[in-house]
Design a protein around this ligand. Structure first.
Ligand code: SF4
Length: 250
């Protein structure tokens, strides 16, 4: 049985792997974003592998106390209020990525996939959100119509600085190599994927509240937000956060 604190220890112990991830990221071309509203694509959290999640956990562990607490509260609020509220990635700061060096493969590849692949991925993501709406309906909760923000069309505003586009096959090769790094922690990877649905905000919430309170709390928060628009449950849960559960282990 793997305890949740194993994620904490793994984030501390796998810095060697994080160097490998950075090496793989460097195989992607440098890009320029020509969007007039940078950061609008960061409304949801990116998909990520276990090692990328541990790398993010390490980033949070290493923040000064106040910054760490602020980030943790943002991630918990993101988890508890999503899908009704779309507050954006907690690392987004004034339209810019606050952890540019550590942003995930998914963040880096957005805009690099061919338009055909990008549109297909956007379609699959929109379908996933409709499935989510039906899941909440099974719990007796109808998400308010205004909460069902349509995912933006796939971006065509990213240019490779070298001028040469990178192929989908090349992107898939790099992604597969990043996935293979998870093999070193296969049990933890299975737990992250099956119990946390590869959702970093869920992992953080489980660490600072506890897994059961995270799940039941989210149900209560979404129910209250969707039915009355009030946020008493949300405020109560945010007051119960234990940021000390995510401390640097150095
Ligand atoms: S990590 Fe950075 S680039 Fe990725 S979604 Fe968050 S703010 Fe955007």
């Amino acid at each position: 049985m793997i305890s949740d604190t194993e994620f904490q220890k793994a984030a501390h112990n796998n810095r060697r792997i994080f160097d490998k991830i950075q090496g793989l990221y460097r195989q992607l071309p440098a890009t320029t974003c020509n969007c007039r509203k940078p950061g609008t694509c960061c409304v949801f959290l990116p998909e990520m592998t276990l090692m990328e999640a541990l790398q993010w956990l390490r980033v949070i562990q290493q923040q000064p106390d106040d910054d760490r607490k602020t980030l943790i509260v943002k991630f918990v609020e993101f988890y508890l209020t999503n899908p009704i509220r779309h507050m954006g990635c907690p690392f987004l700061s004034e339209g810019h990525c606050g952890i540019y060096e550590f942003r995930t493969f998914a963040c880096r590849a957005y805009g690099l996939w061919s338009q055909a692949t990008g549109r297909e991925r956007t379609r699959a993501s929109r379908d996933g959100k409709q499935t989510l709406v039906k899941m909440w309906q099974r719990f007796g909760i109808d998400l308010p119509a205004e909460s069902l923000v349509a995912e933006m069309d796939y971006c065509d505003q990213v240019d490779c600085n070298s001028g040469a586009a990178v192929s989908d096959d090349r992107l898939m090769d790099v992604l597969e190599e990043i996935y293979r790094l998870d093999n070193e922690l296969a049990d933890l990877q299975t737990k992250f994927e099956t119990e946390y649905h590869s959702d970093f905000s869920f992992l953080i919430t489980a660490l600072v509240l506890n897994p059961k309170k995270a799940v039941l709390g989210k149900m209560a928060v979404i129910k209250e937000l969707s039915m009355t628009g009030t946020e008493q449950r949300l405020k109560k849960l945010l007051s119960q956060i234990k940021p000390e559960n995510i401390n640097t282990l150095d």
